[in-house]
Design a protein. Structure first.
Length: 98
């Protein structure tokens, strides 16, 4: 018997309606893209032109190199503790090339 799964909408408008903390931006230029292994995941870190904060997302497999690409992203602000310092980061929940 097939497993029934609920389809999750990746439409940015529906995501923004469900969670008020999310931010959506179109046409952002990626200036740096780094991928690192993190246990069973691959952690992707992007630096976006005009922002001094890293944008991060995880995937089970590698992602195409986004350096120089224009992207549309939906993300939320967060902080991570590194060496006893709180650093601001943005966690990406949806990313698409524009």
């Amino acid at each position: 018997m097939p497993k029934l799964t609920k389809k999750i909408s990746s439409d940015p408008d529906s995501l923004l309606k469900k969670n008020k903390a999310l931010i959506h931006s179109d046409g952002l230029k990626v200036i740096s893209h780094v991928q690192r292994n993190l246990e069973d995941w691959i952690l992707n870190t992007l630096m976006i032109e005009g922002y001094d904060v890293p944008f991060k997302f995880k995937r089970k497999q590698g992602y195409k190199d986004l350096r120089g690409a224009s992207v549309n992203i939906t993300y939320y602000p967060d902080s991570e503790k590194v060496a006893d310092f709180d650093l601001e980061v943005m966690h990406i929940v949806r990313i698409r090339k524009s």
